[in-house]
Design a binder for this molecule. Structure first.
Ligand SMILES: N[C@@H](CCC(=O)N[C@@H](CS)C(=O)NCC(=O)O)C(=O)O
Length: 301
């Protein structure tokens, strides 16, 4: 969801605090992961506050306290001396601007940051933003994780979530489970386009990476952070091999990204039981559930 009217650093305090940086984040959320990797890469001292969202256990994002932090109920939220920034691609740019450690910045880096961002509704602009495509490919894992969440939690979710469209979509994911991937369903109708779009984004990046270590040549940048979290998510939904097929530059690039300390400290170290259980369930269904198998076949057609 795009916090359209809330994007950028706000000029009001939502928390009376002397703490320079606070990040409200979630272990599973791709956008939170991006902010965490950035924090670790820049070695910025940030107070981290974990917020559970529906798929990871509970709806802590719907408490009165958190809705004061973000009326849109989404994570991550970065506070700078109590003033909020709501969009993760803006959070990483802001962090870099205020950090003593500098990463390379130029038009090329900005181009790849934007292309890898999740902007607006995930099912729109798939040909523009790889981040939006990744959100669509996350849905099977999301469904797997919701299996372990009690249906009673949805009552709170439905009446408290400020985005009715989002909450009713989540309810459908819970009630229908893997049947949401049936031929002709809304998500089935866009999955082929999402797959083609992601393939195009990856082909372009693969070509761009020829002879380079990072997106900006020898210099590690926010663009690399942006793509690292997308690749990681794709590996969690068992689609990385398919999308990396015939793209050796990308494959090698991801191997280099995985060797960075931040990959361990900001991604792997945050793997939780809920994520592990969701991945195991998804792996099982990919062997046994005909609807899901045919959905994945469509992705790979
Ligand atoms: N465009 C936003 C995306 C924010 C967003 O949609 N966050 C998700 C997690 S990735 C969330 O908070 N979901 C919880 C909910 O809507 O209940 C960003 O880049 O930060």
């Amino acid at each position: 969801m795009q916090n359209t009217e809330l994007s950028g650093l706000q000029d009001y305090k939502i928390l009376d605090t002397n703490v320079e940086w606070i990040l409200y984040h979630n272990n599973f959320s791709v956008c939170s992961r991006k902010a965490r990797v950035c924090i670790d890469e820049l070695c910025v001292k940030v107070q981290l506050k974990h917020i559970h969202i529906m798929e990871t256990k509970d709806c802590e994002n719907l408490t009165k306290e958190f809705l004061k932090i973000n009326p849109k109920a989404t994570v991550p939220v970065l506070l700078h001396y109590g003033k909020p920034i709501y969009e993760s691609h803006e959070q990483i740019a802001y962090l870099e601007k205020h950090s003593s450690k500098k990463l390379s910045q130029n038009n090329l880096v900005s181009y790849w940051i934007e292309k890898g961002s999740l902007i607006g509704e995930p099912d729109k602009n798939l040909d523009k933003y790889a981040g939006n495509c990744i959100s669509i490919f996350t849905v099977p894992l999301f469904v797997a994780m919701l299996k372990n969440i009690s249906i009673y939690k949805y009552i709170k979710y439905l009446y408290k979530h400020p985005d009715r469209f989002r909450s009713s979509k989540f309810l459908a994911f819970k009630l229908l489970a893997y049947r949401v991937f049936k031929k002709g369903s809304p998500i089935f109708k866009i999955i082929k386009f999402a797959s083609l779009s992601l393939n195009n984004h990856f082909k372009e990046l693969d070509t761009h990476l020829e002879g380079k270590v990072w997106i900006d040549g020898e210099n590690f940048s926010l663009a690399d952070i942006t793509w690292m979290v997308l690749f990681h998510r794709l590996s969690e939904v068992y689609l990385i091999d398919y999308f990396f097929d015939n793209k050796n530059n990308l494959k090698n690039y991801f191997e280099r990204l995985k060797k960075r300390d931040s990959y361990q400290s900001a991604l792997l170290d945050y793997t939780s039981d809920e994520i592990r259980a969701g991945k195991a369930n998804l792996a099982f269904e990919l062997e046994n559930n005909k609807t899901l198998i045919s959905y994945y076949q469509t992705i790979k057609l």
